[in-house]
Design a protein around this ligand. Sequence first.
Ligand code: BG6
Ligand code: MG
Length: 237
Amino acid sequence: MPRAAKGEIPLIGGLIFDLDGVVVDTSELHYQAWKRLAAELEIAFNRADNEKLKGLSRLESLDSILLLASSYKHRSKIAARFGKMELAEIKNSWYLESVRKLAPKDILPGVERFLIESRQHGIRTAIASSSKNAETVISSLEITHLFDRVIDGTRVADSKPNPQIFLIAAEEMNEKPSSCIVLEDALAGVRAARLAKMRCIGIAPDSTFLPADLVIPGFSNFGIEDLFGFDRAKPEI
Ligand code: BG6
Ligand code: MG
């Protein structure tokens, strides 16, 4: 990735951050809450199952977990006792208990510095998260002031890979999609960025893991100069 010469400012209008897995690692908190619910329903649910839920909405996640029930009879027994909204609400109340304990120390390494740096260069910043708890999470992390807009799961009917959430974020920042870069850790999110015709930086431990323009392990060694190459990069749509 070419670096900008000293003082050179990349022509990027907006950065659109996914939240879970990019700004903060809430995956473990989701896992503990879903595991507790699965145990109540006598469904075997492990970390590998949880990995597949990344980027899915709350109800899509619940549907995936219910499919893990041992049999049709087991699923019918659960359906006779509980409604899906009720189950999703129970899980969410447990998840929120742990979200309220999040603090600035839980922001992933380098993210806050990268946000501050970007904003100092006049780049707008937004959150676009499938989570309906996005406002609560960033408020617990005390970084609400570092975002011009927060678009969460309450704003869209369809979750990623539908590109709507990213298009709303760009529009509300008064930026064209082609001037925006999405930062995403989930495959559904990278696909949504492509469909929105935006460039995308994937956050993953392995560069082969996500079909993004660039994949980085995190923001510890990533700075504003590293965005420079994106001015000319042509996204493959
Ligand atoms: C996404 C997470 O950001 O938000 C998913 O990657 C989660 O794991 C989804 O299911 C919905 O979150 P919430 O907070 O609305 O239940
Ligand atoms: Mg994510």
